[in-house]
Design a binder for this molecule. Structure first.
Ligand code: SAH
Length: 229
């Protein structure tokens, strides 16, 4: 298969230079902690994952600004603060072995979580984006991420139960299949509300009796869409 012959990113590419350098990455991490992100593991993962390699080269000089950036196919890579915040909320589960992400996009969120959790599964409904993300994981040598081209509303039933599920596109409601694939005590971290102007970050926790939902701050995500594109 052609992907097997992909050249790994060189240490110089990973390190970056100028606006993509380790110094710039660490300045971003400093801002995140100023914005209230306290989990040191999250901050260290964000300092090590080269965000500039998860987008077009033309965009790379803006990689460490706190903004969402276009990644093609009408989609965006989430802003660093949101990635950090959602990762922090996932880690609060405690015992984490398996995490499922819906909405691979650039692969950046999956890459950050993969530095902190043994097994990451991620699905994407746009094949072009998934192909690019898979190449990035291979070239970076991130081996604990499994990918699938699928409608994320179906989850990944063969790998259930998950300790946590992170959804990076905004559904009106969380698909019941995803809740069914969560272990008791596990949580789903997701935006909720289809309209961009009216979304909240939410944490759904599965317990013996059902699900409790906590709504947090306002957020802005691309919509969660049904089916494969
Ligand atoms: N986590 C990504 C964010 C990408 S934007 C990153 O770090 O870059 C959200 C992504 O969710 C888009 O790529 C979009 O195609 C995808 N998406 C939306 N609805 C989906 C669905 N039902 N199943 C799988 N992916 C979906």
């Amino acid at each position: 298969m052609a992907v097997l012959t992909l050249k790994p990113f060189s240490p110089a590419e990973i390190a970056g230079i100028g606006m993509t350098s380790q110094r710039t990455r660490d300045r971003m991490v400093g801002r995140l902690s100023g914005q209230g992100v306290q989990n040191r593991d999250v901050l260290s993962a964000m300092s090590s994952v080269p965000r500039h390699l998860f987008m077009d080269e033309a965009m790379a000089s803006r990689a460490y600004e706190d903004v969402a950036l276009p990644i093609g196919c009408g989609q965006t890579i989430s802003q660093p603060y949101i990635v950090a915040r959602m990762t922090e909320l996932v880690l609060e589960v405690g015992e984490l072995r398996r995490v499922l992400e819906i909405g691979t996009g650039s692969g950046y969120q999956a890459a950050v979580i993969s530095r902190l959790v043994p097994e990451v599964y991620t699905c994407e409904r746009i094949e072009t984006l998934l192909d690019r993300a898979e190449r990035r994981f291979l070239r970076l040598g991130y081996k604990n991420i499994r990918t699938r081209y699928a409608d994320g509303a179906l989850g990944w039933p063969e790998k259930r139960p998950f300790d946590a599920i992170i959804i990076t596109a905004s559904p009106e409601e969380v698909p019941p299949e995803l809740i069914a694939q969560l272990r008791i005590g596990g949580r789903i971290v997701t935006p909720l509300g289809g309209q961009e102007a009216d979304q909240k970050l939410a944490v759904l926790t599965r317990n013996e009796d059902g699900v409790t939902t906590n709504l947090l701050e306002s957020v802005r995500f691309v919509p969660f869409l049904g089916g494969k594109s």
